[in-house]
Write a new protein. Structure first.
Lengths: 114, 114
């Protein structure tokens, strides 16, 4: 059993092409013995975003803090604290922080994509 | 893409043997097209608990509200809002609400165990 929180998890800049003002933490992943899927947490600074991209794996997301939009293809959908989002495989998507405070969200993925 | 929140998710009593004062919601699951794993949310009333049991699937948990303990075999470990917990396959565990307000936590599992 592992118990942790975000204060204990190291934060890494996201250097993917198309990302801006984004950091990543990994509270639970393969290295902890999670056999099938992993929890990543992304923090987007105001004006920051993830890549506007498509991939073969799904995202299961939960918004921990802040306000923003998720692009569903080219349509912005407003999200905020307490929202759950399912991005299905092959769906073009992007998270954008449209607020004045960090947008923090969990992003669960199959372990091979962590 | 599905976007939802707990206010929109129906709540069901947990009738498993060994559970007390527990309800379950399912913001994202197989019915939504999630191909590999699902997000369940459990709410335990004060004094409530999940079964003290063991199974072949893992749990990836995140505490949304409240205070309690997770039994790691027979040892209580204190958890509260903002904690992430990994219960590995085969590990005996139980969530107990030791506080005075509901203990609410996300519980991600492989889809076949949702």
């Amino acid at each position: 059993m592992k118990i942790t929180n975000l204060k204990e998890c190291e934060s890494f800049a996201v250097n993917m092409e198309g990302a801006k003002g984004a950091t990543r933490q990994m509270p639970i992943g393969k290295a902890d013995g999670a056999p099938n899927f992993s929890i990543r947490v992304f923090t987007l600074e105001p004006g920051g975003h993830t890549p506007h991209h498509v991939h073969e794996s799904e995202h299961l997301n939960y918004i921990l803090e802040g306000d923003g939009v998720v692009m569903e293809d080219d349509t912005p959908r407003v999200v905020g604290k307490g929202d759950f989002v399912l991005v299905i495989p092959g769906e073009k998507h992007q998270y954008r922080n449209t607020g004045n405070v960090p947008l923090v969200f969990m992003c669960m993925v199959p372990g091979q994509y962590e």
